[in-house]
Design a protein around this ligand. Structure first.
Ligand code: SAH
Length: 336
């Protein structure tokens, strides 16, 4: 009997995996229909009739979609109306905490297709399903696809906002006495915008590929510089690398870190997850899932402390410290 119960529970659990894309698809659908934005602009609460009219949907279909999203805690339902919850607030596009772009990026056909090839990737030590699928790596692909590039920049900006705020709150001392920072692979400059506001004495150089900095919004105190981090990195007091090294294999990481070491006077700050298999935390799931995302989309990986030590030492740094944060990422500081 007990065994039957376990099998029944396992079967129910397996339904979740079989239909596992449903929640992501419905969140993307809610973003596409701008349900959260419309609720927000109507004071946070609307009837089905008003909401259907505002988002141009068939009321009976929208009612089913909303029933699912209410069940998943995206919206609250009273007898007459729907309203926002903390989860759906993260879907409001112009909200500073918005994570809509991240959901949209990860649910594009371009990012989803490589997942079908994961089992093939498991048989090779190197390579990336993304490259097998698209015939070029993610960066060449974004260079040729302006819309995908914008989506990637916006998605990274969501992640960068949360992590930069965590650094400002939890390790402000990291920026004491630092006069200039080059953000290597800085994307649209989001991190430097936040760091520059918190530490206004810092001159920021946002360094990324031409197709990224070419469309990055201007920002006071931040200079956008285009280039290739495998060739040379602009000189600064310190370098900052956030969500960059995890995109690359060890050899490539060591090369990037060497270029950073040549460019700086004081230290290189690496902001990345540190995988700690021995310690479960509320971030473990996301960190391990991100490692799988790296497997699907890049040549990189999420690294353990030992793996970070290996690349940092191999790049010629004499010492490093790891500052764990209440965040997905940690702040690793490497000294020449
Ligand atoms: N640091 C940002 C962006 C991380 S995404 C953030 O945390 O949000 C990785 C970034 O590396 C992208 O913006 C990508 O354009 C950049 N990148 C990839 N190859 C690069 C290269 N060869 N030189 C400089 N930047 C590069």
């Amino acid at each position: 009997m007990a065994e039957n119960m376990i099998i029944a529970d396992a079967k129910l659990e397996m339904w979740g995996y079989a239909l596992g894309f449903t929640p992501t698809a419905l969140v993307k659908c809610a973003i596409d229909l701008q349900i959260a934005d419309v609720l927000e602009s109507h004071g946070g609460s609307m009837t089905l009739a008003d909401l259907s009219a505002a988002v141009n949907c068939s009321p009976p279909v929208l009612r089913r979609i909303m029933r699912y999203l209410v069940h998943r805690l995206f919206f609250k339902q009273t007898t007459t109306s729907y309203s926002l919850t903390p989860l759906s607030r993260l879907l409001i596009r112009n909200d500073p905490d918005s994570m809509a772009a991240l959901v949209l990026l990860e649910s594009t056909p371009a990012m989803l297709a490589p997942w079908q090839r994961l089992s093939l990737r498991a048989r090779q030590a190197e390579g990336s399903p993304f490259e097998d699928e698209h015939g070029r790596d993610l960066w060449d692909y974004t260079n040729a696809n302006a819309a995908h590039s914008k989506l990637l920049d916006d998605a990274m900006s969501c992640v960068a906002t949360a992590t930069a705020v965590a650094i400002v709150d939890q390790y402000p001392e990291a920026f004491e006495g630092i006069t200039s920072v080059v953000d290597v692979g800085g994307g649209d400059g989001t991190a430097l915008r936040i760091l520059g506001k918190a530490f206004p004495w810092i001159h920021g150089i946002n360094f990324d590929l031409q197709h990224v900095v070419g469309v990055a919004p201007p920002c006071d105190g931040v200079e956008h510089v285009a280039g290739n981090m495998f060739e040379a990195v602009p000189k600064a007091d310190a370098a900052f690398l956030m969500s960059v090294l995890h995109d690359w294999n060890d050899e490539e990481c060591i090369e990037i870190l060497r270029k950073c070491k040549e460019a700086i006077k004081t230290k290189v700050m690496i902001v990345e997850a540190v995988i700690r298999e021995e310690e479960e935390s509320k971030y473990s799931d996301v960190r391990l899932a991100l490692d799988m995302v790296m497997l699907a989309h890049t040549s990189g990986k999420e690294r353990s402390l030992e793996e970070w030590e290996f690349v940092v030492k191999a790049a010629g740094f004499s010492s490093f410290t790891v500052n764990h944060m209440d965040a997905i990422a940690a702040l690793i500081e490497a000294y020449p």
